[in-house]
Design a protein around this ligand. Structure first.
Ligand SMILES: Nc1nc2c(ncn2[C@@H]2O[C@H](COP(=O)(O)OP(=O)(O)O)[C@@H](O)[C@H]2O)c(=O)[nH]1
Ligand SMILES: [Mg+2]
Length: 363
């Protein structure tokens, strides 16, 4: 199952606006087959400036970017952990995602209702995180009950697990999400089976109003302060504006960006950050006139990379020819690089590096 990001946040924080802009951005990439599995689940292309350059050097007619799976997770209201609103469905969806993008309302828009009379991003974030923390506390309590007896009657493994549960529980009661707690690798492993919501990596999206773009806005600072405490990332942009930009042709888009003083689309940055948050890196292939970017979990080996392309390639793996993407640009093709003796031959256990251009030899 491909890794995915879930967009959460209070009602009217801009989740669907972000989701729609993203999935359209994916559709806008030429030749990229866009799919919407259901209205809340989409795939977007991951912008990568290296891909176009590698494709041009290799003379590839078709360019296929890596993709990112995104879910628009509605239904968070106060009391969601008790099943209020769409609470249960909401929790089930968030449990399935690998990282969370937390949309925070920083735009005023008097015509769009909000849970409180004045904008208060820190309070909004706390409201959302409290629901997730309460849901995690319930999961911990259930687990404690299940293993409590064994832990007390001499099962050492269970006793150790119980210790971890108590430690994490205390942190959560103090308002610290699991991702922000200091835990050893072994302790995190003990928690893995619980799929705790606040253990997932998070990126906060400060959804700005059109009027704040130039000033930057103090509301973003509020978001940043919260994020810093957790060691989480922040990206700030106006989702509504960027969704509109997606409708423009490239020429109009450039004028538009200049007029607003935007250097890089926030959405692009957002997708790239999500990709990293998921622990993904990219390798490229340039076979059969197609240049393609493949997402791969950081730390994966050459044979695992081959398996992304085809199971036959994984099974019959012999070796991989590898060039860093900049080396590839310098030579233009594997053939030219081979003649210069520049191609690296790597075995199945080679750890793939971000930006590697790879050619697999297999039976
Ligand atoms: N003025 C303004 N309105 C926005 C912005 N982002 C979202 N909205 C509006 O807020 C409303 C709720 O947005 P939506 O994406 O549906 O929020 P969701 O409930 O979190 O999915 C919609 O009417 C959006 O057009 C923004 O940056 N500025
Ligand atoms: Mg929505």
């Amino acid at each position: 199952m491909a890794l995915q990001v879930g967009i959460i946040g209070l009602p009217n924080s801009g989740k669907s606006t972000i989701f729609n802009a993203l999935t359209r951005a994916g559709a806008a990439v030429a030749g990229y087959p866009f799919t919407t599995v259901d209205p809340n689940y989409g795939v977007t292309a991951v912008p990568d400036a290296r891909l176009e350059r590698v494709a041009a050097a290799a003379g590839c007619a078709r360019v296929v970017p890596a993709d990112l799976r995104v879910v628009d997770i509605a239904g968070l209201v106060e009391g969601a952990h008790r099943g209020e609103g769409l609470g249960n469905r909401f929790l089930a969806h968030i449990r399935e995602v690998d990282a969370v993008a937390h949309a925070v309302r920083c735009f005023s828009a008097p015509d769009v209702p909000h849970v409180r009379p004045r904008l208060d991003p820190a309070a909004d974030i706390a409201l959302v995180n409290t629901e997730l923390i309460l849901a995690d506390l319930e999961a911990l309590a259930r687990r404690k009950e299940r293993i409590g007896k064994a832990a007390r009657s001499g099962d050492r493994e269970k006793a150790r697990e119980l210790e971890v549960l108590l430690k994490v529980e205390e942190g959560l009661k103090g308002g610290v999400p699991v991702r922000g707690q200091e835990l050893e690798g072994e302790e995190r492993e003990a928690l893995a089976g619980l799929f705790l919501l606040t253990a997932k990596p998070v990126i906060y999206v400060a959804n700005l109003g059109e009027e704040q773009l130039e000033e930057g806005g103090s509301l973003v600072e509020d978001v940043r302060r919260v994020a810093e405490e957790e060691g989480a990332e922040v990206v700030a942009f106006c989702a509504k504006l960027e969704a509109e930009i997606e409708e423009l042709n490239p020429e109009e888009m450039r004028e538009f960006l200049e007029a607003y003083g935007i250097e890089k689309l926030g959405l692009e940055l957002f997708v790239q950050r999500c990709y990293h948050l998921l622990g993904l890196i990219t390798f490229f292939t340039t076979e059969s006139g197609e240049c393609r970017a493949w997402p791969l979990r950081k730390g994966s080996t050459a044979v695992q990379a081959a398996g992304k392309i085809h199971t036959d390639m994984e099974r019959g793996f012999i070796r991989a020819e590898v060039l860093g993407w900049e080396e590839f640009l310098a030579h233009g093709s594997f053939q030219a690089a081979r003649e210069k003796g520049a191609v690296r031959l790597e075995g199945r256990d080679y750890v793939v590096q971000d930006g590697d251009v790879m050619l697999f030899r297999f039976h």
